[in-house]
Design a protein around this ligand. Structure first.
Ligand SMILES: C[S@@+](CC[C@H](N)C(=O)[O-])C[C@H]1O[C@@H](n2cnc3c(N)ncnc32)[C@H](O)[C@@H]1O
Length: 272
């Protein structure tokens, strides 16, 4: 077997299109084209269990854009480590940050090779902005930090972004320790931006949604309640309005605020 074909087989094995992958299922809900039949079946089942899934996904993307704009425009943040990037969509982190400050540096991290292939092609910035990509798993924050040093200056503030990813880390995989080790690596003045699927909003629908997803996918979902999500911000200063439904985090319009969704989100600043 040649090195090239064994690499191709290894990529196909890792893509594993026969089972749904979070990024590709999410892409279906966002109206994207980078998904396979198993992803589309999981997306349809998710919609059946929780009909407001698409509103939730859009509200989550709105939160991402508003939080990045707030950090770039009002807090002067110029470095973003966006872990769990997802497939390129509208208002990606570097686009929002660089619209305010063209010199913003963004490192994207995802463990799905499909995401990384698309990210390298589409999530590019023009100088003086910089984007970089790391194919790595959130369960190994040390490796992520090592590689991020290529592009980010850890003596200056960094926004660590964990948007709709921590629910893929089970309690056994130590999600709080992972967040702490990321925040320990950045200086005071840095931020944590986080959103997470809720166990205590649309309780029954979300339980059915998670049950179905976990039967189909190798990546399991762990729903968490408001207190469990707020605990990720322990030791940080929570920006107003705190940990809220993502539609309620500084909405720009009544329409945005009214979007049904089952996602908690917040932004916290490291002060010491
Ligand atoms: C629901 S999507 C969210 C995408 C984007 N952050 C957003 O909110 O629009 C979750 C992303 O996290 C990635 N992901 C899931 N578990 C991961 C892990 N353990 N390490 C790295 N990426 C992961 C998936 O591949 C997917 O791209």
């Amino acid at each position: 077997m040649t090195g090239e074909s064994s690499n191709g087989e290894e990529l196909l094995r890792r893509l594993n299109t026969a089972v749904p992958h979070p990024a590709r299922v999410y892409d279906v809900w966002l109206g994207g084209k980078d998904n396979y039949p198993a992803d589309r079946a999981a997306a349809a089942a998710g919609l059946e269990a929780f009909p407001s899934t698409i509103h939730s996904v859009r509200a989550n993307r709105g939160f991402l854009a508003r939080a990045v704009e707030y950090l770039a425009a009002e807090e002067g943040i110029r470095q973003f480590l966006d872990i769990g990037t997802g497939l390129p969509s509208a208002n990606n982190t570097h686009e929002v940050a660089q619209a305010t400050a063209a010199e913003s540096r963004v490192v994207y991290v995802d463990n799905d090779p499909v995401v990384m292939l698309h990210a390298q092609a589409l999530l590019t910035s023009a100088a003086p902005g910089v984007t970089d990509y790391i194919e790595e798993d959130l369960r190994d924050p040390r490796r992520i930090l090592e590689e991020a040093h290529r592009t980010l200056d850890f003596s200056q503030p960094v926004a660590i972004m964990l948007i709709a990813i921590l629910h893929f880390i089970s309690d056994d995989e130590h999600p709080y320790e992972i967040v702490n080790s990321l925040m320990d690596a950045v200086p005071p003045g840095s931020f944590l931006v986080l959103s997470h699927l809720a166990s205590d909003i649309y309780r029954e629908e979300l339980a059915a949604f998670a049950r179905d997803f976990n039967e189909r996918s190798s990546e399991k979902v762990t729903l968490r309640d408001h207190d469990e999500v707020a605990r990720f911000f322990t030791g940080l200063d929570l920006m107003e309005p705190g940990v809220v439904q993502v539609s309620q985090w500084r909405p720009r319009s009544e329409l945005e605020a009214a979007s049904p969704n089952a996602v908690w989100g917040g932004v916290g600043r490291k002060t010491a």
